[in-house]
Design a protein around this ligand. Sequence first.
Ligand SMILES: N[C@@H](CCC(=O)N[C@@H](CS)C(=O)NCC(=O)O)C(=O)O
Length: 214
Amino acid sequence: MPASLEEPTRPVIVGRSSSHFTRITRIFAAELRVDYTLQVVRDLMSSNVEDYGGNPALRIPVLRTPRGDWFGALNVSRELWRQSGSKLRVVWPEDLDTPVLANAQELALQAMATEVSLIMGKLGGAGDTNTHQAKQRQALLNMMAWLEEHAKAVLAALPPQRDLSFLEVTLFCLVTHLEFRDVLPTDAYAELKRFCQQFATRASAGETAFRFDT
Ligand SMILES: N[C@@H](CCC(=O)N[C@@H](CS)C(=O)NCC(=O)O)C(=O)O
């Protein structure tokens, strides 16, 4: 077949349907209408770099493209945006130029990372009794309390002309994943939950609901 008639290569997202960092990228792909194949990482305890799309950090997500591999949710989301040629107005982390917005992004990502550490610690057999686990849990509670307290101000301060922001996608994936993995009760986070209910009405959220891959 002549090169011009060949199927364009679909990008591959290496990840899991139960992973909140992966869901960020899948929401971006859906919003940007980029077709992709999900390559599921079955065993998160594997130490084989190849199982993680070549990511030396042994983490997902990774985006595999003819141009190369992109490690991490932000890199992947940005590359999907570039590939889509989309006119969607996305607010990226570097656009957040006030303390409340920049700190919200930092804490949402750190809360996600802390949650990963707590879940992986349990899977690895650390249990709940380890002192560092207890500190991490306290940090997660503190970060969630900060995000809840500032949620209204944060959402009001985002540029009104946006179609999407990395911060909102992150917050949505964080809060819904806490519920999905039963890491913390979320009843106390009324503002964050209200935001999630609104965000959940987007098709991109409905198409990427958390589930364990079989
Ligand atoms: N900095 C990475 C973090 C990704 C991450 O921690 N992903 C989790 C799954 S949601 C993971 O791969 N965990 C494996 C591990 O902790 O060993 C990003 O922004 O994408």
